[in-house]
Write a protein that binds this ligand. Structure first.
Ligand code: ADP
Ligand code: MG
Length: 253
């Protein structure tokens, strides 16, 4: 199995606050990794470093064999040129808690924008692909609607379609259902489950333990800037080895 994401000894501070205290994580191609952990443990920051939204202070991250972010060899800090950073970022899809759709664009325009602007796809091709993606997330009839007219669950499904439009090698989800009313969570998780079945490589930060149990190949528990434990869901969720994992699970289950 090939490694899609390889994170080695990643450290990140904001001022004097060390948020990532040496993270090591491998994600194999076609696998789903679910990251759990209390608020403030560094989950979002870790996702953001993978996608260059944050620069790491120390350590290395590579995605699909290409180094992203920074690395320290000896005392030299290597930095990718901005152009390369942007190129890398277009190959990694990111789905946020609050959807981040463009409110002044229709659903279809939201999806078409990046492939046309970033990948220079012919517009007609991008539109055809977007319509197929909307079909896939069950929103073919909403192509001409504006995001403000959609439910949160529908907006998040559009955001997933938009991420897929760049044909990413890797999809990152940061609490994709946390902003949704409970009755809308299932429809978004169903789309993510569908992607998992098709072998999409994903890292999903979520508090949905049932989803983790069903979909994750690996569950990672983070606390205070560190990975406390990781393993198959049946191990981490049902037989956690660490007290901090047990304490967290007893609160969210
Ligand atoms: P999580 O997603 O697990 O809740 P975060 O990665 O968002 O955790 O945050 C980890 C810690 O880093 C928190 O204490 C948060 O306040 C802090 N933090 C996150 N982003 C920034 C930032 N841009 N500037 C300063 N502190 C930040
Ligand atoms: Mg977060």
């Amino acid at each position: 199995m090939s490694v899609m994401v390889d994170i080695r000894s990643v450290h990140k501070s904001f001022g004097s606050l060390e948020v990532l205290k040496g993270i090591d994580l491998e994600v194999d191609t076609g696998q789903v990794t679910v990251i759990l952990g209390p608020s403030g443990s560094g989950k979002s920051t870790l996702l953001r470093t993978i996608n260059h939204l944050e620069k790491v202070d120390r350590g290395a991250i590579s995605v699909d064999g290409t180094l992203v972010g920074y690395r320290r060899s000896g005392d030299t800090l290597h930095e990718l040129p901005e152009r390369e950073v942007l190129r890398q970022r277009t190959r990694i899809g990111f789905v946020f808690q609050n959807f981040h759709l463009f409110p002044h664009l229709t659903v279809l325009e939201n999806i078409v924008e990046a492939p046309v602007a970033a990948l220079k796809r012919p517009r007609a091709d991008a539109v055809a692909a977007a319509l197929r993606l909307l079909e896939r997330v069950g929103l073919a009839d909403k192509a001409d609607a504006y995001p403000g007219r959609l439910s949160g669950g529908q907006q998040q499904r559009v955001a997933i379609a938009r991420a897929l439009a760049l044909e990413p090698r890797l999809l990152l989800f940061d609490e994709p259902t946390s902003a949704l009313d409970p009755e809308l969570v299932g429809e978004v998780l169903d789309v993510i489950k569908d992607l998992a079945r098709q072998g999409t490589t994903m890292i999903v930060v979520t508090h949905e333990i049932g989803f983790a149990r069903e979909v994750a190949d690996t569950v990672v528990f983070m606390d205070d800037g560190r990975i406390v434990e990781q393993g198959p869901p049946a191990e981490v969720l049902d037989r956690p080895r660490h007290e901090r994992t047990r304490a967290f699970l007893s609160k969210v289950l």
